[in-house]
Design a protein around this ligand. Structure first.
Ligand SMILES: Nc1ncnc2c1ncn2[C@@H]1O[C@H](COP(=O)(O)OP(=O)(O)O)[C@@H](O)[C@H]1O
Ligand SMILES: [Mg+2]
Length: 286
């Protein structure tokens, strides 16, 4: 496996006073995606000109109805799929092949069942030929950060769903990807575990200044976790709004309505989003 370092960000006129680059980590520019219909006789436009950017250290949530193309956008950022038109850039460089500088946290934890927690989480470092001493140190730090210290020798089936999810996140963060792509990562968890995981992710992301592109269909989750929420429409999918979420941190994910300003933001997002998920009015089909 090729060891790849994150692309360097170019310096430019928009850079900060200390010379720090302000180039977005990821840019989606006028993305169009056409897929063949299942019967193969035609093409269907799924994404219809989507543009937004993910800034360094920011938590961006993408919200849209089921099937609107959220996973497809993440696949493009990971270099698994080239858009039919438009461009995806990472650090200013077009993504042209598998992008190993991003991390991907899938909906299901996908741990290797025959490997221990230690072996699962350490795997990306082994593949990148990180020396043993550094591997051990990073593993210790990472497991502590996600609350899994002491479970090193457990196999996945000996861990709860929430712990498996923590392991999956640890396995991605341990190689310090430039940006973490998360595809409805908490969708399969029970409601309580989900809140705990949201809270822990919020802490982890702000402590480590991680850049995250987080896909969800849950408005509350998006507003509670994100710095900005990208709202997508139904197919053919367009960007409806990119809304800044200026709520103070840490946010109370357990009692969202106790978070000052949450209700107003929720109403605002909902007022834009409801048309995309509301059932068709009687007579629409006529
Ligand atoms: N490889 C593919 N070939 C054909 N159609 C696809 C393919 N991948 C996704 N689609 C279709 O594109 C649409 C968007 O899919 P997806 O990105 O998975 O949506 P979401 O993650 O928002 O639920 C869906 O209608 C899906 O059936
Ligand atoms: Mg999806």
């Amino acid at each position: 496996m090729v060891l790849s370092s994150p692309p360097l960000r170019r310096r430019g006129p928009g850079d900060g006073p200390g010379g720090e680059a302000r180039l977005p980590v990821l840019e989606f520019e006028a993305i169009v995606q056409d897929f063949r219909t299942p019967q193969g006789e035609g093409v269907r436009r799924v994404l219809d000109g989507i543009s937004f950017a993910v800034q360094p250290g920011q938590f961006t949530a993408v919200v849209g109805p089921s099937g609107c193309g959220k996973s497809t956008l993440l696949h493009m950022a990971a270099g698994l799929l080239a858009p039919s038109a438009g461009a995806v850039r990472h650090g200013g460089v077009p993504v042209a092949s598998i992008n190993r500088a991003v991390g991907f946290v899938p909906q299901q934890a996908q741990l290797l069942p025959w490997k221990t927690l230690r072996e699962n989480v350490e795997l990306p470092l082994l593949l990148r030929r990180v020396p043993a001493a550094e591997r051990a140190q990073r593993l210790g730090e990472m497991l502590a950060a996600v609350g899994l210290a002491g479970f090193e020798d457990h196999y996945p089936h000996q861990l709860s769903g929430g712990m498996q999810k923590r392991a999956s996140i640890a396995r991605t963060l341990i190689y310090r990807p430039d940006v973490v792509l998360m595809d409805e990562p908490f969708g399969a968890l029970d409601a309580q575990t989900r809140m705990v995981m949201q809270n822990d992710l919020q802490t982890l992301a702000s402590r480590q200044q991680t850049t995250i592109l987080f896909v969800t269909h849950d408005l509350t989750e998006a507003i509670l976790l994100a710095d900005n929420v990208v709202l997508l429409s139904r197919q053919p999918t367009r960007l409806k709004a990119d809304i800044a979420i200026p709520l103070e941190r840490p946010r109370n994910v357990f009692q969202p309505f106790h978070t000052k300003g949450f209700a107003e933001l929720y109403d605002r997002v909902w007022s834009i989003f409801q048309a995309e998920i509301a059932p068709p009015e009687a007579g629409d089909a006529a």
